[in-house]
Design a protein around this ligand. Structure first.
Ligand code: HDD
Length: 705
């Protein structure tokens, strides 16, 4: 018998699939459907019939597929994982999930942007949300933080204003997912309390290279309470084990078009490949008697507690190791709420936090349309739930029993109230007293010292990026008065900073210093001090064409694999390319479907024919120029060096004498003409990738890309 041809075997497997028991298409009532491609009609060309219940059900379900997106943080990506404490925290907190290092508490994390709508691009300049739901045996604990440790405003009543100012303007719904517009800066210029946050917003923190490479902060001061009822203040910090790394602005902007899902894809792929993102949870603990020992108020969310004053104590680790099965069911329907805490953790009187304790559940009732949102699987606690709450839209629990009130005798008094010492949440009995006033505390009135502290703590390159960001953001502001007011506010942060910004935005430099810079620094605020030097999970583009040198390509690929970096072959067309010796390899992406901005580093192997083809390919040359401009690591060997020499970087980096020397990893360019150098080239390449970026690369501005 002859072998079945492709078409036949495809039909056979389709047939098999169709016959798979349990996989028949049905209506929501379970009635089998034999055709979902044609609606029921009166005659071949006749009108459709109202009795087509399958069509009606399919269409009306589809018509209701969307729910309101989150009013902020609408765009996000989720992942499952677990949290494990390093050692018992019993001294500080009685929370069960913080006691036993052998217990893995399941978590669901959602990482998000803030301003854009659900379909907006990932790599915009924005704060990132950092939410973690801990499914503990004492109930759900929600951590709802950001990747910036302070906030724009001090009191929750201003939240609708700041969000209106950030979002697209109400008359023309522009711009999407961007703060670079008049309304935002108008509001900020009238809100000096936002200046500390603004410094962070303009820094590289708002351009994270990956969700896997950003910090998370609880922002507010919370409380830890131990079994003996002793309370201490606490600030929460997440530190990514891959270190903190950022894009440059030009790269982030280009990525918004080339791959608007960049962060979502990066997180998804990393988890699929087993590169599980890991974050260490740390706490700053402040004794109650030290509440007033700082020169700021620990209840003010526009302030950090510098790590020099109170060190961050690492207490455990979160690992994200499973992608959701269904985006809508899990990532879209998950609800986070700062009021969801467990015994051992408590609130402080931070007025921003207090307002959040109302807003989240209110917002979620509107978004999910029901008070029964805790019945949705992703929101369900892992411990039993018993109460007398009844009915409502989409009540999916079938509550049994006759009594749904308390006290009752007919139901045996159930569910009973747990006495305080039996795992119940008992609010910390802080003594409070005061007059009803609508005023801001005097202790909240210094808006600039910590903005200055942040500025002083940045590296030279970070400062340059911040000034460029201000030139971009304020450069988009049409109102000159707004720009002038902003320069005035920056002058309260630092005189030099105000002058540097003014010069780029068409505003007169301030004539004199307002407040002398206090000169203090906090090294932990600089990204450079939070970076980790590792090539792990970094993405490398290998540019090649037919006639490439097989061993130069494969040996590098192998070395990268051993360093757990991800290499992809980029060529003109998809399919395979053939080496000079005839071996074929698969092309991963083409110059159309890939761009240098999607990679951390570029490698060009030799092979005369391959390189000659690349030399004729403007996109290949552009790849090199752009990667150079964005300070990425570039390596080439053998004839591959010619491609670097054809690019604009030749005049900048590769003078003839340099490229003749066997190797130079100077400023992240690693080259050698000698084929036998492949292993040392690979070694230096990987070390250079681990530096993330080569910021000090001279004259990168001269390279057009
Ligand atoms: Fe908020 C969502 C973080 C202040 C009101 N917020 C939301 C999310 C994060 C934060 C990460 C997305 C949660 C998710 O992934 O579903 N928000 C913060 C941080 C703040 C902050 C770190 C300051 C410290 N937020 C804040 C204030 C208010 C809100 C002051 C209002 C009083 N936030 C909301 C909200 C959202 C929300 C409107 C939108 C959708 C939702 O809650 O479920 O209730």
């Amino acid at each position: 018998m002859s072998e079945p041809n492709n078409e036949q075997s495809k039909n056979q497997s389709l047939e098999q699939y169709r016959q798979e028991p349990g996989e028949y298409l049905t209506t929501n009532q379970g009635v089998r459907v034999n055709n979902t491609n044609d609606s029921l009609k009166a005659g071949e060309r006749g009108p459709s019939l109202l009795e087509d219940f399958h069509f009606l059900e399919k269409m009306s379900h589809f018509d209701r597929e969307r729910i309101p997106e989150r009013v902020v943080h609408a765009r996000g990506s989720g992942a499952h994982g677990y949290f494990q404490v390093y050692e018992s925290m019993a001294e500080y907190s009685k929370a069960k999930f913080l006691q036993d290092p052998s217990v893995k508490t399941p978590v669901f994390a959602r990482l998000s942007t803030v301003g854009g709508s659900r379909g907006s691009a990932d790599t915009v300049r924005d704060v990132r949300g950092f939410s973690v739901k801990f499914y503990t045996e004492e109930g759900n604990y929600d951590f709802v933080g950001n990747n910036i440790p302070v906030f724009f405003i001090q009191d929750a009543i201003k939240f609708p204003d700041i969000v209106h100012a950030i979002k697209p303007e109400p008359d023309n719904e522009m711009p999407q997912a961007a703060t670079a517009h008049d309304n935002f800066w108008d509001f900020i210029s009238l809100m000096p309390e936002s200046m500390h946050m603004i410094m962070w917003i303009l820094s590289d923190r708002t351009l994270p290279r990956s969700y896997r490479m950003m910090q998370g902060f609880g922002v507010h001061t919370f409380r830890f309470v131990n079994e003996q009822g002793k309370a201490r203040f606490v600030k929460f910090h997440w530190k990514p084990l891959l270190g903190v790394h950022s894009f440059v602005w030009d790269e982030a902007q280009k990525l918004s078009g080339k791959d608007p899902d960049f962060h979502r894809r990066d997180l998804w792929q990393a988890i699929e490949m087993g590169d599980y993102p890991e974050y260490e949870l740390g706490v700053q603990i402040i004794e109650e008697e030290d509440e007033f020992k700082f020169d700021f108020d620990i209840l003010d969310s526009t302030k950090i507690i510098p790590e020099e004053l109170v060190p961050v104590k690492p207490i455990g680790k979160m690992v994200l190791n499973r992608n959701p099965d269904n985006f809508f069911a899990e990532t879209e329907q998950v609800t986070f709420h700062p009021a969801r805490i467990v015994p051992g953790i408590d609130f402080s009187n931070d007025p921003l936090l207090q307002g959040r304790l109302f807003s989240y559940l209110d917002s979620q009732h509107h978004r999910l349309g029901s008070g029964n949102l805790a019945n949705i699987p992703i929101n369900q606690p892992v411990c039993p739930v018993h109460n007398n709450q009844q009915d409502g839209v989409m009540q999916t629990n079938i509550k049994t029993g006759k009594t749904n009130y308390f006290p009752n005798s007919l139901g045996g008094g159930c569910p009973m109230m747990a006495p305080g010492n039996m795992g119940a949440f008992v609010h910390y009995s802080e003594k409070v007293q005061g007059h009803k006033i609508r005023e801001r505390s005097e202790s909240f009135k210094d808006h600039f010292s910590q903005a200055t502290l942040f500025w002083n703590s940045l590296s030279k390159v970070e400062k340059e990026h911040l000034v460029q960001a201000a030139h971009f953001e304020l450069g988009k502001v049409e109102s000159k008065e707004v720009r002038e007011r902003m320069v005035d506010l920056f002058n309260h942060v630092d005189f030099e900073l105000a002058k540097l910004i003014a010069v780029g935005i068409g505003v007169d430099s301030p004539a004199k210093e307002v407040t002398p810079n206090h000169g203090r620094k906090s090294p932990a605020l600089s990204i450079e001090n939070q970076a980790k030097k590792s090539a792990k999970s970094r993405r490398v583009a290998i540019l090649a064409s037919d006639g490439f040198n097989y061993s130069q390509l494969m040996e590098m690929k192998e070395a990268l694999k051993n360093a757990t970096a991800q290499a992809e072959i980029i060529s003109k067309f998809k399919g395979t390319i053939r080496s000079a010796n005839g071996q074929e390899i698969e092309v991963d992406k083409t110059f159309l479907t890939a761009a240098s901005v999607m990679y951390d580093a570029i490698y060009v192997p030799g092979g005369k024919q391959s390189v000659d083809k690349l030399l004729m390919e403007g996109d290949a040359v552009h790849f090199i120029n752009e990667a150079f401009k964005h300070c990425k690591t570039i390596a080439a060997i053998g004839e591959g060096v010619e491609l670097l020499k054809k690019s604009e970087i030749k005049g900048v980096m590769l003078n003839e004498s340099q490229s003749k020397t066997p190797l130079t990893a100077d400023n992240g360019i690693v080259t050698s003409y000698k084929a036998s150098d492949i292993l040392p080239v690979a070694q230096e390449f990987i070390q250079a990738i681990a530096q993330h970026r080569h910021w000090k690369r001279e004259a990168k501005e001269m390279v057009p890309a």
